[in-house]
Design a binder for this molecule. Structure first.
Ligand SMILES: O=c1ccn([C@@H]2O[C@H](COP(=O)(O)O)[C@@H](O)[C@H]2O)c(=O)[nH]1
Length: 253
């Protein structure tokens, strides 16, 4: 958390650069290095998506090398959407933190808090999927709870409670439904949200920031992956998005 806050202040950025590498091996190795180097000045964090690495031979090695290339002061969120019983989750946590060197992970909380707790370490951050950006999420996440509210609201409540108990918990909330983002922000006023869905998925940046920013102009990490990977100039694309975000948020001291 400290590393994230320091980086956000240093770079004056809420941009999370997603790394979802596609292409042949030679291209991917070259492009990963270029995207990391060119976007680093504008990145509050990087988010490699595990699936895009595991689908390649030597993908774990490529992921390690990519993480090692990222400047030390920029947090790395390994987007693995992990979710299993505690003793298995413990092995996923060791993989993410000790093998790969990630600072944070994404976790699917469907199996309950024992799927989340093994990822909590003093210097790590766990982003729990609460309201995802994909179209069909509503069939699960809009389900009404008997005590009122939706499943997404329930997950947000559990995540905030867990954060107040053990710390280090943030939430994943998509940019594709800002009204739902505002609802989750009302439930979790202080937590960090990782927000995918701006760029290729068409999320409305201004509406997202209005709905999700804390009053101090922070609390969101806005992720974009394909829009940077596919850009002719990744650095320029990252800078442009960072500046658009900053133009839409209150200036902080
Ligand atoms: O709700 C979610 C959770 C995770 N993702 C991931 O974020 C990126 C988005 O990529 P774009 O190219 O910017 O659309 C990708 O890795 C997803 O798996 C998400 O989109 N929504």
């Amino acid at each position: 958390m400290q590393k994230l806050i320091q980086r956000i202040q240093k770079a004056n950025s809420l941009l999370c650069v997603g790394l979802d590498p596609v292409g042949d091996d030679a291209y991917v190795a070259r492009q990963l290095a270029e995207v990391v180097d060119q976007t680093s000045p504008f990145a509050a964090a990087f988010k490699p998506n595990l699936a895009f690495f595991l689908s390649r031979e030597n993908g774990v090695q490529l992921l390690r090398e990519t993480v090692q290339r990222i400047p030390q002061d920029i947090p790395v969120i390994l987007d693995g959407k992990f979710g299993d019983i505690a003793n298995t989750a413990d092995h996923y946590a060791r993989f993410a933190y000790d093998v790969i060197g990630a600072d944070a992970v994404t976790v699917n909380p469907y199996m309950g808090d024992d799927a989340v707790r093994p990822f909590v370490r003093e210097d790590k951050l766990v982003f729990v999927l609460a309201k995802t950006s994909n179209k069909s999420q509503y069939s699960m996440q809009n389900m009404a709870l008997t005590r009122g509210g939706s499943l997404a609201h329930g997950v947000a409540q559990v995540a905030c409670k867990l954060d107040s108990e053990i710390g280090g918990i943030g939430l994943v909330v998509g940019a594709t439904h800002p009204e739902a983002l505002a609802e989750v922000r009302a439930i979790c006023p202080e937590q960090w949200f990782l927000v995918p869905g701006v760029g290729a998925q068409g999320g409305d940046l201004a509406a997202t920031l209005r709905a999700g920013l804390r009053s101090n102009g922070s609390g969101l990490l806005i992720n974009t992956s394909r829009a940077i990977w596919q850009a002719e100039d990744a650095g320029a694309a990252a800078r442009e998005l960072m500046e658009r975000i900053n133009a839409l948020r209150p200036v902080t001291a």
